[in-house]
Design a binder for this molecule. Structure first.
Ligand code: PMP
Length: 393
């Protein structure tokens, strides 16, 4: 078998952990132990580690007070806590929620659950680049709206949303604003205070920390109920003895992301733009999904007419290049991505999409390897495609 290096370009599905994060976690599996709620020295040491990590996450997102950061088991839990917690506590004020049409399934399914339990959800559309229609948000929000939820950046097409404007609209009707920043946190600057964010979900894994850990920013004074009830840890919003090793890892990942964001963002944007321009110039009937400039530095989403993304993924894999089709989280299903459909792309075209997500370990050579391999693969698949017109075969 070939020992050739694999080009891993599927960081939106899973980001490998930074080795410096592992170093920060190791002491908590070896010599450091204790319950952070215990008053003795070992407990205090753990408490200090917990609070240190809290300050680092707070600093990454611009939170005024570290206590506004609640550690969770990941983005899905953060989203459940935010959406269900705010809905339950504010039911007396109204039963209406506004969300974008391109939210991640972890938000969509919570909204589905809430709509079966007395809430009404209005989904606002996006334009062909995946930007949320701000005027539609303005029309959707009413006195009955208790929550507006719009993701900071989309995990499939990388489009970055006008968060500040949307938060202002939510506040004009006294609704809370939540954003799922799983795909954006640690990649692009976020300032919860300046942008008027009340609740924000962040995951550790997606920013180079361990998976199974996350954080929820909850602005002080936000009326909400906890999802997990017990010993009252995390300000009463998330009970249970804390995963200190994982949280310390997340703290380190947040610190590194903050320190390296600018340089890393520039490096990845350059690789991203190189891939996009080589593909669009070199392959006929190839298109970019998502906004040309308002997009995450590591996101490339391309569409190739007359072929299936799944076949592209398998062909690239045989050449040692690992990418994802359609959506990084749901490529197991053969359904086309709801994000691409919401952007007005038809089903057959959406099926021909490829998600290439870059990360800390991605090099320029990985990008070149991809764009060297793609033209022949695309040509070969089109030659076999029953739906390709003769002139493209
Ligand atoms: N939101 C977005 C935008 C995501 O990309 C993901 C998956 N990485 C999630 C939520 C859910 O994250 P997790 O599976 O880590 O809970």
């Amino acid at each position: 078998m070939s020992q050739e290096r694999v080009s891993y370009l599927d960081n939106a599905s899973y980001s490998p952990m930074d080795p410096r994060v592992l170093e920060a976690m190791l002491p908590f599996f070896k010599e450091s132990y204790g319950n952070p709620s215990s008053p003795h020295a070992k407990g205090s040491e753990m408490k200090a580690a917990l609070e240190g990590a809290r300050s680092k996450v707070a600093s990454l997102v611009g939170a005024e007070r570290p206590a506004e950061i609640i550690f969770t088991s990941g983005a899905t839990e953060g989203i459940n806590t935010a959406l269900r917690g705010v809905a339950a506590r504010n039911r007396d004020r109204g039963n209406h929620i506004v969300a974008s049409a391109i939210e991640h399934v972890s938000v969509r399914n919570v909204l589905k659950y809430l709509s079966k339990n007395g809430f009404e959800v209005t989904y606002v559309p996006v334009d062909s680049n995946g930007i949320v229609d701000v005027d539609a948000v303005r029309r959707a929000v009413t006195e009955k709206t208790v929550l507006v939820t719009v993701m900071y950046a989309n995990n499939e097409v990388g489009t970055i949303q006008p968060i500040k404007e949307i938060a202002e609209i939510a506040h004009s009707k006294k609704a809370y604003f939540h954003t799922d920043a799983t795909a954006a946190a640690g990649k692009i600057p976020i300032d919860v205070v300046r942008e008027g964010i009340d609740l924000m979900t962040v995951s550790s894994g997606d920013m180079g920390g361990p998976y199974g850990v996350g954080a929820l920013y909850v602005k002080r004074g936000t009326r909400m109920e906890p999802l997990i009830i017990g010993g009252g840890q995390e300000g009463g919003l998330r009970s249970g003895t804390e995963n200190v090793a994982g949280i310390a890892g997340m703290g380190m990942a947040a610190e590194l992301a903050k320190a390296e964001m600018e340089v890393e963002g520039r490096r990845l944007s350059e690789i991203r733009d190189g891939i996009i321009s080589r593909v669009l110039k070199g392959i006929p009937h190839a298109f970019l999904n998502g906004h040309p400039t308002r997009r995450l530095p590591g996101n490339v989403n391309l569409r190739f007419s007359f072929i299936e993304g799944e076949s592209l993924v398998l062909s690239l894999d045989m050449e040692g290049i690992e990418v994802s089709s359609g959506s990084a989280c749901s490529s197991k299903t053969l359904e086309p991505s709801h994000v691409l459909i919401a952007m007005g792309i038809d089903h057959a075209e959406a099926q021909g999409s490829l998600l290439i997500s870059l990360g800390r370990r991605t090099t320029k050579e990985d990008g070149i390897r991809l764009t060297d391999a793609l033209p022949n693969i695309v040509k070969g698949l089109r030659e076999m495609s029953p739906i390709a017109p003769p002139e493209v075969r």
